[in-house]
Design a protein around this ligand. Structure first.
Ligand SMILES: Cc1cc2nc3c(=O)[nH]c(=O)nc-3n(C[C@H](O)[C@H](O)[C@H](O)COP(=O)(O)OP(=O)(O)OC[C@H]3O[C@@H](n4cnc5c(N)ncnc54)[C@H](O)[C@@H]3O)c2cc1C
Length: 309
């Protein structure tokens, strides 16, 4: 059976950037797209912070451009999913959902991260139409508008602080009676004049025709249901890395992020590299993912040169 030089698992900015670099170095590789070809960005509308697009670009268009660039240089894209992995010394076995078995010298894990969902029925309907999981990315869409941020941890508070400089008013909706965040953020939040904090409130419904117009929430103290008119909602209850497939096969931190060596994409297993949100619990942006995808490809090239060529 033929042994492939490298397999990239994931087709977000990290996966495609790695593919472009591998292709241009003439390293034979396959890229598996998984269930979401193009990754998280295909779920959003316009991307305004990716360099090179002064007028912004639709997420789906940006990812299509990356796909076209990769195949132009020779990447082979497989619209399938990796279901099982077995990392052995110098030979790694991957099993796909179309019953293929692949042997590869190296692997780039770029399976991204997934935002934690509220798990409310109407949540999916308004994604990109009022609901966002990323204030850095979508905050400007709601300039001078009234929005809500859901969550009581560091991410929610950081998002609220960021949005307070963009939006007219922010309702910060917290499930419990206190924040679970750093003191510095809490202090800042209380200084913000356009932030109204609603403790002990649980979101129960998102409302609007095609575009989100309001939310219903329940007061935990008296069980009363209220309606709040908002143009946008930022669900900020955390993220989780998409690493279940690699559990006990690769070193991860307590939150499931793959641990990579400093200034590198190397994992604890030789020949296995990780790029993008899957190993980044801080930045989680398209540009940082693309950057680490590039790093992973260069790391793979060095690895192959050292051990194989
Ligand atoms: C709504 C929204 C809006 C955003 N807006 C912006 C923005 O404006 N600007 C910005 O910089 N960032 C934005 N982000 C963040 C950005 O999308 C992420 O940081 C980036 O997509 C991470 O890239 P990635 O390549 O690491 O992973 P992802 O984009 O998450 O891609 C992961 C890939 O892995 C694949 N995969 C998963 N499991 C498997 C498997 N078993 N086999 C094969 N493939 C698999 C998936 O199908 C997917 O293709 C936004 C995020 C969201 C959710």
């Amino acid at each position: 059976m033929k042994i492939i030089d490298c397999v990239i698992i994931g087709s977000g900015p990290a996966g495609y950037s790695a593919a472009i670099y591998l292709a241009r170095s003439n390293i034979k590789h396959l890229i598996y797209t998984g269930d979401i070809p193009g990754g998280q960005l295909i779920n959003t509308t316009r991307i305004d912070n990716y360099p090179g697009y002064s007028k912004g670009i639709l997420g789906i268009k940006l990812m299509n451009e990356m796909y076209k660039q990769a195949i132009k240089f020779g990447s082979i894209v497989k619209f399938n999913k990796i279901l099982k992995v077995s990392f052995k010394k110098k030979k790694n076995y991957l099993y796909t959902n179309n019953k293929e078995k692949i042997i590869t010298k190296s692997v780039i894990i770029a399976t991204g991260s997934l935002p934690k969902k509220l798990k409310i029925k109407s949540e999916k309907k308004y994604l990109g139409y009022g609901i966002s999981y990323c204030a850095t990315c979508d905050g400007m869409i709601f300039k001078n508008k009234i929005v809500a941020v859901i969550g009581g941890g560091n991410t929610a508070l950081e998002n609220t602080i960021l949005l307070s400089n963009i939006c007219k008013k922010i309702y910060l909706i917290v499930r419990n009676n206190k924040f679970k965040a750093s003191k510095i953020f809490i202090k800042k939040i209380y200084k913000k004049k356009n932030v109204k904090i609603l403790f002990n409130k649980i979101i129960i419904k998102f409302k609007g025709k095609k575009i989100l117009k309001s939310i219903n929430y329940k007061n935990k103290i008296n069980n009363k249901i209220n309606n709040l008119k908002v143009s946008g909602v930022f669900i900020s209850i955390g993220n989780y890395p998409n690493t279940l497939l690699f559990k006990k096969k690769i070193k991860m931190d307590n939150n499931g992020y793959i641990i990579t060596k400093s200034k590198s994409t190397k994992t604890n297993k030789k020949g296995i590299f990780a790029a993008g949100d899957v190993q980044d619990k801080i930045y989680k942006q398209a540009i940082t993912s693309a950057g680490s995808g590039c790093m992973a490809a260069l790391d793979v090239e060095k690895y192959l040169n050292y051990y194989y060529y």
